[in-house]
Design a protein around this ligand. Structure first.
Ligand code: PGA
Length: 244
């Protein structure tokens, strides 16, 4: 399966959402084997879900908490995401890890909680430039993927997003993507057995329609997690088409 997700991060307002969803309803044509999704800020999830109607584009949260309910001011439960019709949730995005201190230990619980509520978890991994330059890239990625040793197999997408390529306009080269995606695919098999071979591995980091047609051809690249370019519905729909 291939999967393209628009990660809006903390961008856009209601007025922008109307046009974006209308473009999806008018132009998105589902094709077998390729999923498309939008991850808006959580306050717009329900609105986006309603406006997309049954056009086939899925809705993802950008984060959620692992506890079922209770005194956790400011957090959102997986059950609440499911309740409003959400399809999945991004987990461990580098901005969550680096700005908000998300840990691998919390991610184990979050992946499990998402699965318990039938939400597709998208586990984001990626090294910083210092880690890559310092020869620690594989070690860091192995540690981030080790979350899956504790969760075991189940519904899952992995998104490889080198931190230095996110929002910088500096996309990873085809050779860099090839090397890391082959590594991630091997790790997934080692950790999850045969089920590991079924896990889609997205690339993310300065993806645009100009570079994506080449990236999507790289072995073990099965989609994209897209920030900046996916704030524009025309570009998002173009990326989906390229994956199809
Ligand atoms: P970008 O963001 O496409 O703007 O680099 C990707 C992401 O962080 O998911």
């Amino acid at each position: 399966m291939r999967i393209i997700i628009a990660n809006w991060k903390m961008n856009l307002l209601s007025k922008d959402i109307d046009g974006f969803c209308a473009a999806c309803v008018a132009e998105y044509k589902a094709k077998p084997g390729v999923e498309a999704g939008i991850a808006p800020p959580s306050i717009y999830l329900k609105d986006v879900k309603t406006k997309l109607g049954n056009c086939g584009v899925k809705v993802f949260a950008q984060n959620a908490y692992f506890e079922a309910k209770g005194a956790f001011t400011g957090e959102i439960a997986m059950a609440q995401l499911k309740d409003i019709g959400c399809d999945g949730v991004l987990l461990g995005h580098s901005e969550r890890r680096h700005i908000f201190g998300e840990t691998n230990a919390a991610l184990v619980k979050k992946v499990k909680a998402a699965r318990e509520h039938d939400l597709l978890p998208v586990l984001c991994i990626g090294e910083t430039l210092a880690e890559r330059d310092g020869g620690k890239m594989f070690e860091v990625l192995r540690e981030q993927l080790a979350v899956l040793k504790e969760t075991g197999p189940g519904a899952l997408v992995v998104a490889y997003e080198p931190v230095w390529a996110i929002g910088t306009g500096r996309v990873a080269t085809v050779e860099q993507v090839r090397e890391v995606h082959a590594f991630v695919a091997e790790e997934l098999k080692r950790l999850l057995g045969e089920a590991g071979a079924e896990v889609p591995i997205q690339y993310g980091g300065s993806v645009t329609p100009d570079n994506f047609s080449e990236l999507i051809q790289v072995p073990h690249v099965s989609g994209g997690l897209v920030g900046g370019a996916a704030l524009d519905p025309a570009k998002f729909l173009k990326l989906v088409q390229q994956a199809q």
